[in-house]
Design a protein around this ligand. Structure first.
Ligand SMILES: *[C@@H]1O[C@H](CO)[C@@H](O)[C@H](O)[C@H]1NC(C)=O
Ligand SMILES: *[C@@H]1O[C@H](CO)[C@@H](O)[C@H](O)[C@H]1NC(C)=O
Ligand SMILES: *[C@@H]1O[C@H](CO)[C@@H](O)[C@H](O)[C@H]1NC(C)=O
Ligand SMILES: *[C@@H]1O[C@H](CO)[C@@H](O)[C@H](O)[C@H]1NC(C)=O
Ligand SMILES: *[C@@H]1O[C@H](CO)[C@@H](O)[C@H](O)[C@H]1NC(C)=O
Ligand SMILES: *[C@@H]1O[C@H](CO)[C@@H](O)[C@H](O)[C@H]1NC(C)=O
Length: 599
């Protein structure tokens, strides 16, 4: 089974500091009913007070603030829910007699290791699921029954695990130990001896300094992020032939500390996260089936000819926040990478777009570099690109070749904001849907540059130097699909004329607009939202007729003008139109808000 890509995208954008929930495991909540379901009205005498007993074998005493273990539990019960209570201990005789128990949920109590007597789980010969996360345990139970399948001890203070805690458990599949105080010395030598079907081991957020040895060969997921691991020895992972997901981000790995063969035998590995370490090079001999390789936030300065190009399955390569220069990237570094579609290389030291980008690339995030020039050839082979982010580089209009984007017939999203552009680049592909050019020095708009952009929906030009007089007639003529136009923070003295009919959102805040002509919105009958905040408007300069035919208008923001402007007051609109004070949205506080409920 391959990891689903949609999930991966989410993962790779969020993995770094997400608290790892065991609940991500599909078999984590085996509890076979929902509280309050139809069957929950059994009038059975043995159900402890305040608890729910949906069947003879299920007792739910969760969330009752219990300080002590419930009395009179029937010996035959199989599932006992005691999560979210205040238990500090469990008397040996009360628990050990429940020999039919399969599920015991003690998540989020106040249990200490002292409060769990030795051997308290030993007689529970049918126990499969044991949840003890969010308690105050300092040592793991010395012995769990051989029937156990899933164990969650996350978010305790564990510093010690014993040989028979997880050893000799023929059915054990998943072990969650994240957010504890585990050091390597607290783990037994052969922690999983005789436990041969373990697939998931989560040890993130502990104090490990190296990868535990003798891990079961059956592992598919191993999470070791947020530890202090500084070394990975040569044969460390040589038996992990099933491992698909290896998380090592936020450790102290340096390139010297990682053996050159360390990852070479991980033939099933699909997801490798080494971000936020101290690597200066990409690890050598990466196995060929990796799909997602996360190397962000290291000190990597080079990509050698064969460091990633042999990873044939690679789809996502994340190299952001490193020290890459163009000289450090080999000419053939990405050659033959037929599946690579997402390359994040932002926040590095690139001065130009690396040559020979992977041919199948769809998303290139190359923002926050030092790129000064886009040549005719930079994007000559990347026909599949749909998303290109060149923002916050050092681009001048004169240094972007007028045909640079000509081959990008699938480009939908282009971001060149935060550069030094004075003009909208020429020759933009007609496939564009979102164009971001804010924070440049654009001072004029000509009709040609937008003429092919018939699919363009959103255009961001905020923080430029545009005057109404420098917008050429016909500029908006062909942008038939434009719904959002952001011209905030420019030099406009009135509403630009002939805006496209498709327009719904118009941002004109922080300009110099002093007057609104009666016919200002004639060409935009579909407009919904107009931001006019912080201009130079007075009540007299805002004729109500300008708005009276706008059937879909929901909001006009005139905050921060020279006078309080109440568009509604004299409005000829019928009285179902209300003025509403709403909580400020997205940094805007609306003091004059026109609400038209007919929409
Ligand atoms: C449970 O017992 C109560 C009173 O003892 C009674 O009113 C109720 O109808 C009984 N419910 C069922 C489902 O038998
Ligand atoms: C426990 O059960 C016994 C008889 O089975 C009963 O007398 C006693 O009241 C019960 N205690 C509680 C707390 O329900
Ligand atoms: C990273 O490695 C350098 C030497 O290569 C070392 O000086 C530095 O302390 C390391 N940083 C961390 C966070 O381990
Ligand atoms: C480009 O990067 C900036 C961050 O600087 C981000 O806000 C923007 O959404 C990105 N653009 C695209 C098209 O992804
Ligand atoms: C618009 O597209 C046509 C053909 O697709 C092309 O010939 C023309 O040069 C383009 N115009 C601009 C301004 O890019
Ligand atoms: C609004 O119109 C309704 C009838 O359509 C009328 O009953 C109501 O008094 C009017 N309200 C105001 C404030 O004019």
């Amino acid at each position: 089974m391959r990891l689903p890509c949609t999930l991966l995208v989410l993962c790779l954008l969020k993995t770094a500091f997400v608290h790892e929930a065991a609940g991500q495991d599909e078999d984590f909540f085996p509890f076979p009913y929902i509280r309050g379901s139809l069957t929950s009205n059994w009038n059975v005498t043995w159900c402890p007070r305040d608890c729910t007993c949906p069947s003879e074998v299920i007792v739910d005493c969760s969330g009752l603030d219990l300080y002590s273990f419930p009395k009179n539990l029937s010996v035959g019960i199989q599932h006992l829910a005691l999560q979210n209570n205040r238990l500090e201990g469990i008397p040996y005789e009360k628990l050990s007699r429940l020999v039919q128990l399969k599920t015991l949920n003690l998540h989020n109590n106040r249990l200490t290791s002292k409060g769990l007597p030795h051997g308290v789980f030993e007689s529970l010969e049918n126990l499969q699921y044991l949840y003890l996360a969010d308690n105050k345990l300092t040592q793991a139970p010395r012995l769990l029954p051989p029937s156990i399948e899933i164990v969650d001890f996350a978010a305790n203070y564990l510093s010690r695990i014993y040989p028979f805690t997880f050893g000799h458990k023929p059915y054990l599949r998943s072990v969650y130990l994240h957010h504890n105080n585990l050091m390597n010395a607290g783990l037994p030598d052969d922690m999983f001896a005789g436990s041969t079907v373990v697939t998931t081991l989560v040890l993130s957020n502990n104090k490990l300094t190296h990868v535990p040895s003798d891990l079961p060969a059956s592992l598919t997921r191993l999470h070791l992020q947020n530890n202090r691991i500084s070394r990975i020895h040569k044969a460390m992972f040589w038996t992990q032939l099933s491992l698909r997901e290896l998380y090592l981000q936020n450790n102290k790995l340096s390139s010297e500390g990682v053996d050159k063969q360390a990852f070479s035998k991980l033939q099933s590995l699909e997801y490798l996260d080494l971000s936020n370490n101290n690597l200066t090079e990409i690890p050598a001999r990466l196995p060929p089936n990796i799909v997602v390789l996360h190397l962000g936030k290291n000190k990597i300065s080079s990509v050698q000819e064969d460091s990633v190009s042999r990873v044939h399955s690679l789809e996502f390569l994340l190299l952001q926040n490193n020290q890459l220069t163009n000289r450090g990237i080999h000419r053939k570094a990405f050659e033959n990478m037929k599946r690579l579609h997402t390359l994040h290389i932002f926040n590095n030291r690139l001065e130009w777009v690396p040559s020979s980008l992977p041919h199948r690339l769809k998303s290139l995030m190359i923002l926050h570099n030092h790129i000064t020039e886009i040549s005719l050839y930079d994007f000559a082979d990347t026909y599949y690109l749909t998303e290109l982010n060149l923002s916050y580089n050092k681009l001048f209009s004169s240094k972007i070749h007028r045909l640079a984007f000509r081959k990008l017939g699938r480009l939908e999203n282009l971001d060149i904001s935060g550069n030094f552009l004075t003009l909208i680049p020429a020759g933009l592909p007609g496939s564009l849907e979102v164009l971001r050019l804010q924070n440049n020095q654009i001072n004029s708009l000509s009709s040609e540059v937008l003429s092919n952009l018939t699919l363009l929906k959103e255009l961001y030009l905020t923080h430029n130097r545009i005057k109404v007089g420098s917008i050429a007639p016909g500029t908006w003529q062909e942008v038939h699909s434009l719904r959002l136009l952001d011209l905030g923070d420019n030099d406009l003295s009135y509403i630009p004329p002939d805006l496209p009919e498709s327009l719904e959102y118009l941002y004109l805040h922080n300009n110099r607009i002093a007057m609104i002509a009666a016919e200002a919105f004639y060409s935009t009958p579909n407009i919904k939202v107009i931001f006019l905040r912080s201009n130079r408007l007075r009540e007299a300069g805002v004729p109500d007729v300008a708005f009276s035919d706008l059937k879909y208008l929901q909001l006009v923001d005139t905050t921060g003008n020279l006078e309080y402007i109440n568009i509604l007051e004299d409005s000829k609109l019928d009285n179902s139109t209300e003025q509403v004070q709403r909580a400020p949205a997205a940094g805007y506080q609306e003091t004059s808000l026109l609400q038209n409920p007919r929409t």
